[in-house]
Design a protein around this ligand. Structure first.
Ligand code: AMP
Ligand code: SF4
Length: 449
């Protein structure tokens, strides 16, 4: 999973891209990069680390030009290595091109093997690198080359390309990953989430359409339907966990969607309790929804320490066993002696929920009724979200009563798939309104190779 941001026609393109990818930092913390164009050549800086670690002000100033693209990366395909940091920049017979990719290609390995047999030499281990090689094979003009490449890659992609003279964006035919277009003065902005448009003061124009290729240049916007759209398969996990609550995805506020998930899980599974507690951050909105629907008070049962960065020295195993907890701390007065409805967004491997239940019980919670506003995850994601391998998924191995016992909760309920789809506001069956549910039911929307 990653975040992408692009801007065209702004004198401070690199600085705004820095702000844009900073607003998308939650989508990837492994590496960050920006590539700008001064109209004649591309300039790039990228490395492993957080946006603030990778870029100093001087580095932003070394990225001249009035257009740029940026990327934050979370490894799902390839290794976590500085060579895999994006944007990838390459030179083909038509000039320089940079590419930034959010998503995951399901046929990248097969394409890579074919390309290598034909003489391509790859520099990285990312799935994204097949795209530049495919572009180089077709050659200029760039739009034709990108179109040819898009017709052979399969999977999830929200792509940004930067050439010396403009930007091209492309969406896969099912629209797995969000990508929005905004207007800023005389310029244009594209971003994985609307929160990144907001941060630079851009006005939301519309979401990119599945299968659409959009060229942004001195001639304005030119939309080319490139791939025949398939039924929409927006990733459900964007609403459940991934996206920021202040973003809107396909016209649905992520915060509102999470609250509705909470209301819906109350309707499906009410329980006698004293207070509702949400696990920070992504469980909170659903907990508020549950509290509103049930009439139970919402309580701040846990605090999250926001300053546990990746560079923080983690306590030794011995200290951890003594109860030193880094990320979450219980608020004893809010929970002691109470029956809790505890809401967390999802259970993947099951380790987090087990730890939280234990921590809250140790702090005096009388009963814990765990409510998960998403269905059990039984299948791995192939489209860019790290939901673990199948045998690591607790719900692929155990049924709900067994999970409840392992976690130590007094009751456990997962939202139904229908409930989830209805609550996130995309219940109608028009082609533009479908969800991907593959990690919940194994029904993968693409062919898998
Ligand atoms: P666990 O069940 O221990 O694997 O952890 C589940 C918790 O991790 C959930 O409460 C989510 O907040 C968070 N989570 C869910 N999906 C992901 C993901 N793809 N990457 C990182 N964290 C996630
Ligand atoms: Fe999202 Fe799950 Fe589909 Fe992956 S499989 S795109 S996590 S809904």
């Amino acid at each position: 999973m990653c975040g992408v941001f692009g801007i065209f026609n702004h004198p401070n393109a690199a600085e705004l891209t820095y702000l844009g990818i900073h607003a998308l930092q939650h989508r990837g913390q492994e590496s960050a990069g920006i590539c700008s164009s001064d109209g004649e050549r591309l300039h790039v800086h990228r490395s492993t680390g957080l946006v603030t670690e990778v870029f100093s002000q001087a580095q932003q100033h070394q990225l001249p030009g009035n257009m740029a693209i940026g990327h934050v990366r979370y490894t799902t395909a390839g290794e976590s290595d500085h060579l895999n940091a994006q944007p990838l920049v390459f030179r083909y017979s038509g000039g320089q091109v940079a590419v930034a990719h959010n998503g995951n290609l399901v046929n990248a390995q097969r394409l890579r093997t074919q390309l290598e047999r034909q003489g391509s030499i790859f520099q990285t281990t990312t799935d994204t690198e097949v795209i530049p090689h495919l572009i180089a094979r077709t050659g200029p003009p760039i739009l034709n080359a990108v179109q040819d490449a898009l017709r052979v890659i399969e999977g999830a992609f929200a792509l940004l390309f930067l050439t010396e003279s403009g930007l091209i964006t492309a969406q896969d035919s099912r629209g797995f990953r969000p990508l929005s277009l905004g207007k800023l003065g005389e310029g244009w902005v594209v971003a994985s989430e609307t929160c990144a448009l907001d941060i630079v003061g851009a006005e939301f124009v519309r979401d990119l359409r599945p299968g659409e290729l959009l060229t942004i240049s001195a001639n304005g916007l030119e939309s080319t339907p490139c791939l025949a759209p398939n039924p929409r398969a927006i990733c459900s996990f964007e609403y459940i966990y991934f996206a920021r609550p202040d973003s809107e995805i396909n016209g649905v506020s992520v915060h509102d969607a999470r609250k509705s998930l909470g209301r819906r899980i109350f309707e499906e599974s009410p329980v006698e309790a004293d207070v509702v507690v949400g696990v920070p951050d992504s469980g909170i909105a659903s907990a508020i929804g549950y509290a509103e629907a049930s009439g139970l008070p919402y309580e701040l049962g846990m605090m999250k320490n926001r300053y546990v960065g990746r560079t923080f020295i983690q306590p030794s195993q011995e200290l951890r066993q003594q109860g030193v907890r880094m990320k979450l701390s219980p608020v004893r007065s809010a929970i002691a002696g109470k029956r809790l409805v505890l809401v967390d967004d999802s259970i993947v491997r099951g380790t987090t929920s087990g730890r939280i239940v234990r921590m809250l019980k140790d702090s005096g919670a009388k009963e814990i009724h765990l409510r998960i506003p998403s269905p059990p995850i039984t299948h791995p994601c192939l489209y860019g979200i790290d939901t673990a391998r199948r045998k690591e998924l607790i719900a692929a191995e155990y049924d709900v009563p067994a999970i409840q016992e392992k976690i130590g909760a007094d009751s456990l309920y997962f939202l139904s798939a229908e409930g989830m789809v209805e609550a996130t506001g995309r219940a109608d069956s028009s082609p533009n309104r479908g969800h991907c549910l593959a990690c919940f039911n194994g029904d993968y929307p693409t062919p898998i190779s």
